[in-house]
Write a protein that binds this ligand. Structure first.
Ligand SMILES: [Zn+2]
Length: 210
């Protein structure tokens, strides 16, 4: 059976049109009164983290889509950007940074393939022995294969060529090379984090990074 990706709550075309219409109408009325304010949906290209009802992070969306979900009461604001606001003709609204869905969304389990690329992604393309992030980067068996080490999320780590050669056929303890992080099987959120690049400070508690 074909796997289906979890979808963010449905925002119908009709809903979007209705909101667009009311915004236009509101702006028209505002123009008539001569006030100098701008309408909603300007400069809304930044990203918003979406949490499930259970507070588990599940995806990201544009600010515009987040505002639609909030407007339709399909989500609530959990964190806002203190430096920004959304302006409308009716007033000022918090600029969302993290929103939480009103209803629980069942997210199908997505298996992350154990591969060289995914090990590097999990480790942020950074050598876990020295922190170097310059390619070429390799995948190191923490317990060497020749010593019974297997291919697993827990036994593979990103290493630069220099560290990999230095460690050779030894364990980290033997080589006195300490790992910067304990390698674990990744959650899909971790991949979300790397996909996004720089993570907003307000997202950190929800991405299990602290
Ligand atoms: Zn290194």
């Amino acid at each position: 059976m074909r796997k289906r990706r979890a979808k963010i709550p449905f925002v119908s075309y009709f809903s979007c049109r209705r909101i667009a219409f009311s915004t236009t109408f509101a702006q028209f009325r505002h123009d008539q009164t001569g006030r100098q304010e701008t309408a909603v949906f300007l400069s809304l290209n930044s990203r918003v983290l979406i949490l499930n009802q259970s507070y588990e992070p599940i995806s990201v969306c544009s600010t515009k889509k987040a505002l639609l979900l909030l407007f339709l009461t399909k989500a609530e604001i959990v964190e806002e950007r203190s430096t920004s606001v959304v302006r409308s003709v009716r007033g000022f609204y918090p600029f969302p940074s993290v929103i939480r869905l009103s209803a629980y969304l069942r997210v199908p389990f997505r298996k992350i393939e154990l591969s060289r690329k995914n090990i590097l992604r999990r480790d942020g393309f950074r050598c876990q022995y020295c922190g170097n992030n310059h390619p070429p980067l390799t995948v190191d068996h923490i317990i060497p294969r020749s010593r019974g080490g297997n291919d697993s999320w827990e036994n593979l780590t990103c290493a630069c060529v220099k560290c990999n050669n230095k460690k050779g056929n030894r364990t980290p303890d033997e080589a006195r090379m300490r790992l910067m992080s304990i390698p674990k099987k990744p959650h899909h959120v971790l991949f979300l984090k790397h996909y996004l690049g720089k993570v907003d400070e307000t997202w950190r508690p929800y991405l299990f990074m602290d």
